[in-house]
Each structure stands twice: as structure tokens, then as C-alpha cells.
Design a protein. Structure first.
Length: 144
């Protein structure tokens, strides 16, 4: 398997890991474990950064991939892809800002701004992660 052939699978794995870490981080903060939440969310942001780097590398090396589904699968796939891409563009800076506000909140004890943004960032991040995995699955495992 070449690098170009492996990259979609690597990016899907990193995407799934980042989404799973975000979910664990959410559970940790809900249980009141701020330090574990910080560690897990730091890992989620780092893994997301690795995902983004490998995703961009993949699309630089192999810019186009054609969806092979037919019939009703096509509008469903392209609607999912459209929402995924738009929300991925929106959530990326939100993740960075939420993370930075969280770091400041731990130092200062002021969590209101972090929590207010995290309430929006978290569900969008989870949607983007899950929809990205579904798009990957459709492209590389269902309609091959």
C-alpha cells in the first residue's frame, strides 16, 4: 500500500480518535475531573491537528476522489458531505479558541467564557467527527 492509499485510513483513524477523546473529555468535565479533562482535551486537540495535517497532505497528493454510489445514495452522501465540510471549517477555529479559553480558565478560575463557547463547539465537533467517519466509510468501504 502506498502512502497515498494509506492516508485516508490514517486520517479516518485520527478523526475517530479525536472524536472519542472529545467525548471522554466531556464525560470527565461532567464528573468534575478538571485535570483529567484538561489532559484529554489537550490530547484531542493534538490528535485533531495531526488529523488536519494528514488530511491536507492526502488531498494535496490525491486531490480528487469520486463517489461511486448511485440513486438515492448520491444526494444523501453529498448532503452529508456538504454539512460536514461547512461545519468542519466553522468548528476548527472554535476548537482552538475553546481550548485556549479553557487553558486560561484553569489558570484564572474564570470558566464562563470557556463553558459558553464549549456548549457550541462540542456538539459541532462531535458531528464533524462522526460525519467524517461516515463519509470515509461510504467512500472506502461501501461504494468501492
Amino acid at each position: 500500500m502506498t502512502l497515498v492509499e494509506a492516508l485516508p485510513h490514517v486520517t479516518a483513524g485520527l478523526n475517530a480518535l479525536a472524536g472519542a477523546l472529545a467525548l471522554v473529555g466531556f464525560a470527565l468535565i461532567k464528573s468534575g475531573n478538571r485535570l483529567a479533562h484538561k489532559a484529554v482535551m489537550t490530547a484531542a486537540v493534538v490528535v485533531s491537528g495531526l488529523f488536519l495535517a494528514t488530511y491536507l497532505l492526502h488531498h494535496y497528493l490525491h486531490p480528487l476522489f469520486q463517489f461511486r454510489g448511485e440513486g438515492a445514495a448520491r444526494p444523501i452522501y453529498f448532503t452529508l458531505l456538504f454539512t460536514h465540510v461547512v461545519l468542519a471549517v466553522v468548528v476548527t477555529p472554535m476548537i482552538v479558541l475553546t481550548y485556549l479559553r479553557g487553558r486560561r480558565a484553569l489558570a484564572s478560575g474564570e470558566t464562563a467564557k470557556h463553558r459558553a463557547l464549549a456548549r457550541w463547539t462540542f456538539p459541532i465537533w462531535v458531528y464533524v467527527s462522526v460525519s467524517g467517519i461516515v463519509v470515509y466509510w461510504l467512500l472506502y468501504h461501501v461504494y468501492v
